[in-house]
Design a binder for this molecule. Sequence first.
Ligand SMILES: CC(C)(COP(=O)(O)OP(=O)(O)OC[C@H]1O[C@@H](n2cnc3c(N)ncnc32)[C@H](O)[C@@H]1OP(=O)(O)O)[C@@H](O)C(=O)NCCC(=O)NCCS
Length: 192
Amino acid sequence: MNAVAVPELHTERLLLRGWRGEDRAPFARLNADPRVAEFLSAPLDRPESDAFVDRIVRHWADDGFGIWAVERTEDRSFLGFTGLSAPAFEARFTPAIEVGWRFAPDAWGHGYASEAARAAVRFGFEALELDEIVSFTVPANSRSRAVMERLGMIREPADDFDHPNLPEGHPIRRHVLYRLDRSAWLATSPST
Ligand SMILES: CC(C)(COP(=O)(O)OP(=O)(O)OC[C@H]1O[C@@H](n2cnc3c(N)ncnc32)[C@H](O)[C@@H]1OP(=O)(O)O)[C@@H](O)C(=O)NCCC(=O)NCCS
């Protein structure tokens, strides 16, 4: 399933790695969970979840970066994903590279998302030499916003935007944008 060699990133408790066939079932369970989908468009069924994995695998092959599967080192269980992608819509801040995350509810509240996202952001600035990484979500997604803030990302209210792929009046159309500048990250991040 891994057509390209996805770089593996190790953190204190996690392994960020390429996707395996056995990730598909737990990923589909996570995507079908209404708690996970609360601030996303809708829960995904199994074919939609599998198609999402296919797109992720293609993205690595086409672009050389993307979204990692996240595994807990201790018991090798699949927890969710984090990674880098290019938003597929036009807005004031695009073209851009976005960092994102999605974890199974059982894995919330342990700091895993922030730990994995720090490694993904480091990869973006060090290996890809990006100048900036953004992230966005709906204003009410306080858990996701807290991850952005733990990473040191900054939100300027003037950057808030309406998602261009969602119609006027859609409940999750309004988004907040967070930015992390390379120089700000270098100034605060310990070197390895
Ligand atoms: C967004 C999401 C990944 C955040 O998960 P999370 O578990 O809240 O985030 P973290 O992994 O950073 O964990 C932080 C929490 O773990 C706690 N924690 C416990 N042990 C910890 C440790 N060793 N280190 C750090 N934090 C720890 C923190 O205190 C914090 O708790 P709090 O929420 O009570 O303040 C998760 O809610 C999710 O997958 N949501 C659904 C998908 C989604 O909305 N994705 C984003 C779309 S924009």
